[in-house]
Design a protein around this ligand. Sequence first.
Ligand code: URP
Ligand code: ZN
Length: 480
Amino acid sequence: MKLLIAGGQVVTADGSTDADVLVDDGRVAWVGRVPGADADADRVIDARGKLVMPGAVDMHTHLEAPNNEIREAAIDALTCDDYHDGSIAAIVGGTTTLVDFATQNPGDGLIDSLEQCRAKLAARPLATDIGLHMIVADLGVPGAEAELAALCDEGVTSFKLFMAYKESPLMIDDDTLFRVAQVAAANDAVVVVHAESGDAINVLQRQAVAAGDTAAIWHARTRPPATEAEAVNRAIELCRVAGAALYIMHVSSAEALAVIERAKRGGARVRAETCTHYLYVDESWLERPPEEACKFVFTPPPRSADDREALWDALARGVLDVVSTDHCPYTLEQKRGGAHSFMATPNGVPGVENRLEVMFELGVRGGRLSPSRLVELLCTEPARLYGMHPSKGTLSPGADGDVVIFDPAAERTLSVDSQISTADFCVFEGLRVSGSVDTVVRGGQVVVENREYLADPGLGGFLARQRSAQAFRIGQPTEA
Ligand code: URP
Ligand code: ZN
């Protein structure tokens, strides 16, 4: 099957150019202008006036995942999108590849944990490819370090560590962080951290609860920016000693950015992301009435408007490398079941389908990012840093035929009314965007048109990734 996407403006991390894209037998065959190529194609899509981009890659989602921090067992806190739901929401929004998490609970073997997760993935029809990071909670199980190395042969080449969530089984200590970093360094794998000072936050939380301070705003007040900056610094230094490549998830504050920038300038092999909601929501949203405020309890918490501006600046200057979604969707019933106390509210928000449109509106239309920097942040860097490039994240010949045709003139208003995720609220409710996903091609097949998934729901599957620590080569942010 030959699909010609004709007449569009092709946008990659290297720049924008007027060109046609031919996808043949599931892969990009060439990018350029060849007169008469349409005569040879099985289908031609007219992309005049549209942007043609690589399918986006989101390497931070939590599908059918248990909540890490929740204290009240009465609340069913499994995220409400299963792998199937999440993959459909993602692809309608222009994201053709996800990386989610397999979780090792304490006492369990790492390979067993991966197999259980892969069995769940195999049981769901997936619209996208889904890779997995391994959440490592316990190195005390026999053979854990050897199993970590073996995970890399299975295509699970990144190890996620929670430095927060003290009362959950997942928070690790520095001993574990350092030993995992050593194994990662020896295997060209990547250490991924949720960087917040779990011990200090736990003390602040207990003090707030004892004082009767349980409103949603205390979610932010018990996790001040310094607790993020401290953990970011600790992870950077421990990984530097171990010689490991480090990726910091969901950076939210100017204080943490300053630590990352200093480390990058000093040559540390560190990369970092922020997530779409930190670029839109701020801390004041937690001061809304409890039934509203509970929607915006996510971790790290929303910060000040100044922090938000610092994140935009960091994206433009290369202090930050990726924008992910941390899609962690709960229903209003789940959220509001814990609205009486920030300690009972399941933390996380939906957003996997919104990232491209929100970033185009706020970033490109807002004059903060060029279209090619947008593609770099949403497609190319996540693919490169996580062992999927050049099959994913770019449109060079040989790449997978995952293509988004984006109409910069199409306007729509983001709302739960048109949301694909099963979450029944939208973080970006009412945001008017000028620019929308028109058509999505996956593996050379048109799978989305008019915001509708048209194809067989089972086209995707588990994606084994390459070892990618070498992609964390030293790179300098530009000057402020
Ligand atoms: O609030 C968040 N981010 N929930 C998802 C779990 C995590 O910490 O990433
Ligand atoms: Zn996290």
